[in-house]
Design a protein around this ligand. Structure first.
Ligand code: XIL
Length: 323
C-alpha cells in the first residue's frame, strides 16, 4: 500500500472556499493522504502560551477523514510560522523556560490530535544549507542548542507511549533528496535518535524541485535506500516542480519527466510509504510568492482562475505513468 497525497489549506478563504478545488481534494480515487499546509503549525495551534486553538486543525481532520485519507500532521517544532510569544518573549527565554515551552507544545498537540495523525513531523527543517548539514539557527537552537531537537523527540516519544498512540514520528527537511552532506547529516540524526532510545519512524524528503534540476531517479532511489537501511520509512512530503515563467512546451515536458522520476523512485523503494504534492493547483501554490518569476509547479491549472474547473497538466500524466 502506497498513497499519493496532497497538502491543502482548508478551511480558508482561498482553496478552502473553491468548490472545484474541494471536489478534487475530496476525490478518494486521487488522494489517499492529506497534509495541512498551515492549520497545525505553531502559530495556529498555540497562539498564546499554553492557550491552544485546534479549530482549524480539527476542521482539516474532519475534511480529510470524510474521504478516508491518512493525515501527515505538520509540524510541531520549526524555525518559521511561530507565535509572537516564542519569537518576541516578554521575558527573555532561558534554556529551561524554552525547553519547557517546547515540550508542552509537542505534548499537548500530539495528545489533542491523537491517532487522527498517521504521523507527525516532529522537527521540521532542523539542518542548514550553509554549510550543508550544520544545525539551522533558529530560536530553539540559539537558546537551547542541539538538545532542542532531542527534547522535541523525547517529548513526542513520551506522548505517544503515554497515550498508547500508533502515530509515527518523522523528521522532515529539504535538500536531503540526494546523497549530499545534508542527507548524510540527517542520517546521523536518525542514528542518534535511535541510539538514545527515542522514537523515529521516518524521514520526510520535501522535494521542492526546479524543472531540469531535479536529482536523477537513481540518485533519489539511492538516497531513499540510505535512509531505509537505518530501519526508517521515507515519504516524499512536499513535492512540487517549479519552472521559470512563462512555461514553454520544453519546460512543461521536462517537468512531467521530473514528476515521473520522483514518483517512480518512491514506487521502487519498499519503505517509501507515499508521495505528497505540496498542493495540486497552481492557483493556490506557495511558489509564485516565495520564488518570484517561478511557478507552474503543480499538477493542475485553473485556466479560468479561482472557482473555475481544474485542468490536468502533463505533470499529472507523469505521476500517473509512474504509479
Ligand atoms: C508553506 C506554506 O505552503 C505556505 O502557505 C506558508 O505561507 C509558508 O509555509 N517547507 C515546509 C512547509 O515544511 O511547511 C512550507 O509550507 C513550505 C516549505
Amino acid at each position: 500500500k502506497r498513497w499519493l497525497g496532497t497538502a491543502a489549506d482548508i478551511p480558508g478563504t482561498g482553496e478552502g472556499a473553491d468548490p472545484y478545488y474541494l471536489a478534487e481534494f475530496s476525490n478518494a480515487n486521487e488522494f489517499g493522504e492529506a497534509t495541512p499546509a498551515n492549520t497545525m503549525k505553531f502559530f495556529a495551534t498555540e497562539p498564546q502560551q499554553n492557550v491552544f486553538n485546534f479549530t482549524g486543525g480539527d476542521y482539516f481532520v474532519q475534511q480529510a477523514k470524510a474521504s478516508g485519507k491518512e493525515i501527515r500532521c505538520h509540524n510541531l517544532i520549526w524555525a518559521n510560522q511561530l507565535s509572537d510569544w516564542v519569537t518576541s518573549p516578554a521575558v527573555p527565554w532561558t534554556n529551561a523556560t524554552l525547553t519547557a515551552a517546547l515540550r508542552n507544545h509537542v505534548t499537548k498537540v500530539i495528545e489533542h490530535f491523537g491517532d487522527d495523525c498517521y504521523s507527525w513531523d516532529v522537527v521540521n527543517e532542523p539542518l542548514s544549507d550553509s554549510p550543508a548539514g550544520a544545525w539551522a539557527a533558529n530560536v530553539w537552537y540559539n537558546t537551547i542548542g542541539e538538545e532542542y531537537f532531542f527534547q522535541a523527540f523525547d517529548a513526542a516519544t513520551q506522548a505517544v507511549k503515554a497515550n498508547n498512540l500508533a502515530v509515527k514520528l518523522y523528521v522532515n527537511d529539504y535538500n536531503i533528496e540526494y546523497l549530499g552532506n545534508k542527507s548524510i547529516a540527517t542520517q546521523g540524526l536518525v542514528k542518534e535518535l535511535k541510539s538514545r532510545g527515542l522514537q523515529i519512524d521516518g524521514v520526510g524528503l520535501e522535494s521542492h524541485f526546479i524543472a531540469g534540476e531535479t536529482p536523477a531517479k537513481a540518485d533519489q532511489v539511492a538516497n531513499m535506500q540510505a535512509f531505509t537501511a537505518l530501519d526508517v520509512d521515507v515519504v516524499v512530503t512536499e513535492l512540487d516542480v517549479r519552472l521559470d515563467l512563462p512555461a514553454t512546451a520544453a519546460s512543461e515536458s521536462q517537468q512531467k519527466l521530473d514528476y515521473y522520476n520522483t514518483v517512480a523512485a518512491c514506487v521502487s523503494v519498499a519503505r517509501c510509504v507515499g508521495v505528497v504534492v505540496w498542493d495540486f493547483v497552481d492557483t493556490y501554490s506557495w511558489i509564485p510568492s516565495t520564488f518570484p518569476g517561478q511557478g507552474y509547479g503543480d499538477l493542475f491549472l485553473q485556466p479560468g482562475g479561482a472557482n473555475t474547473p481544474l485542468v490536468k497538466k502533463e505533470a499529472y500524466d507523469g505521476v500517473l505513468e509512474a504509479l
